[in-house]
Ligand binder design. Structure first.
Ligand code: SF4
Ligand code: SF4
Length: 145
């Protein structure tokens, strides 16, 4: 088996540039755990969370639930220079950039790093931690409608 390109870990430390939370259109897909966390945090019903903060996205074979954005494409939870729900932010946000497509090979990682100044910056995240994120993401149940 060929050696993983991240065998010795990968450098990542968020610079808090906020690019992944703002400016451009995108999706933050929610899992059942994410939705439950938002219900608990806001102390409102599932329907209210969905109505206030979510949209459905047609992916062809199925629909998924994503957070909505403000008219300027900032995430609905971007507020006063930070994430309003930081401790309860969805797994997609917490696990970035340790997503399977960016870990396929060095080229994929380097390509994504052009969008995120935190990649290849700061302390090394060990292989074990990276694989933990992959495992958590794999076992997470995303909402399919
Ligand atoms: S783009 Fe990267 S460095 Fe910037 S806020 Fe997002 S994770 Fe942090
Ligand atoms: S939920 Fe928070 S961390 Fe995730 S995109 Fe929105 S503002 Fe950024």
């Amino acid at each position: 088996m060929s050696k993983l390109f991240y065998e010795s870990g990968l450098k990542f430390e968020c610079t808090q540039c906020s690019k992944c939370c703002r400016y451009d259109p995108g999706y933050v897909f929610l899992s059942y755990n994410d939705l439950a966390n938002l219900i608990k945090y806001f102390k409102i019903s599932e329907n209210e969370v969905i109505e206030k903060y979510c949209r459905t996205v047609d992916m062809g074979e199925h629909k998924r639930l994503s957070l909505i954005e403000k008219p300027n494409y900032d995430c609905i939870f971007w507020d006063n220079g930070g994430c309003e729900i930081y401790e309860n932010r969805p797994l997609q946000c917490r696990s970035y950039p340790f997503w399977k497509p960016f870990l396929l090979n060095k080229e994929a990682w380097e390509l994504e790093s052009e969008s995120c100044p935190g990649m290849n910056h700061g302390n090394i995240v060990p292989k074990e931690k990276i694989e933990e994120w992959l495992k958590v993401r794999d076992s997470e149940q995303y909402i399919l409608l």
